[in-house]
Design a protein around this ligand. Structure first.
Ligand code: NI
Ligand code: MN
Length: 226
């Protein structure tokens, strides 16, 4: 599997069947992203919540016939009115798609569309691609059940917000890594805006002190996961 980061909370997973799974696509207005939405194709789009820095380009990337958008049911019913294919999940629920399983877990955050319409609960996503289990926390503060999430599924790759203000900061993210116990932690949701500026290397160094491996991905960087 190949993993590519576009800055903020946007990640693209490509499996050996060449299926593209993109999570929280924020490209055109994302000052960090080296690509625009017309350069990306998706078989599946996972949305953790409806804020514009997460679903901004979902509907421009999505093909009404070929793309399935996986999101909570309130958001799914909003999106499906425009003719898009959606799969509604709720927190605690999981479904096996042809690429792998996706489960939604809690995230302490809000969710509304760009028009201010309530869009259900914000979520985190625990999903598998080619035998690897990925936990994308979405936007969230730290919470004690992160330990439970890490116990229920052995997390290979943790995608975790560190920028503060809207989500956990580095202090809380370092502690969350200890609770979740992942093989590899990749920071996200930082340096896109002034309010979430921080040094991701500080996060990597501090989790290393606790015995955890981390990696800062540059926007556009690809990582091969064997
Ligand atoms: Ni948000
Ligand atoms: Mn956000």
């Amino acid at each position: 599997m190949e993993l590519q980061y576009f800055g903020h909370s946007t990640f693209l997973f490509t499996n050996s069947q060449k299926q593209n799974i993109i999570i929280d696509p924020y490209l055109n207005a994302n000052p960090l992203s080296p690509v625009k939405s017309n350069q990306v194709k998706a078989d599946y789009i996972i949305l953790t919540h409806a804020h514009s820095d997460h679903m901004a380009d979902a509907l421009t990337i999505a093909d009404r016939h070929k793309t399935t958008i996986i999101c909570v049911s309130e958001l799914a019913s909003i999106i499906s009115k425009s003719g898009f294919r959606t799969h509604p999940l709720q927190i605690g629920g999981a479904f096996r798609f042809d690429f792998g399983r996706v489960k939604f877990v809690p995230a302490f955050h809000g969710s509304s569309t760009m028009n201010g319409v309530y869009a259900g609960l914000a979520a985190g996503a625990v999903f598998t691609v080619e035998g690897k289990t990925i936990y994308h926390c979405g936007d969230t503060g730290i919470f004690g059940d992160m330990k439970l999430i890490g116990e229920i599924d052995k997390i290979d790759i943790l995608l975790i917000p560190i920028g503060g203000n809207y989500t956990m900061d580095i202090d809380d993210a370092v502690r969350a890594v200890t609770m979740i116990n992942p093989e590899l932690a990749i920071p996200m949701h930082y340096n896109t805006f002034d309010l979430i500026k921080c040094d991701p290397q500080e996060f990597i160094d501090r989790i290393a002190t606790n015995g955890f491996q981390g990696k800062v991905m540059k926007p556009g960087e690809k990582l091969n996961i064997p």
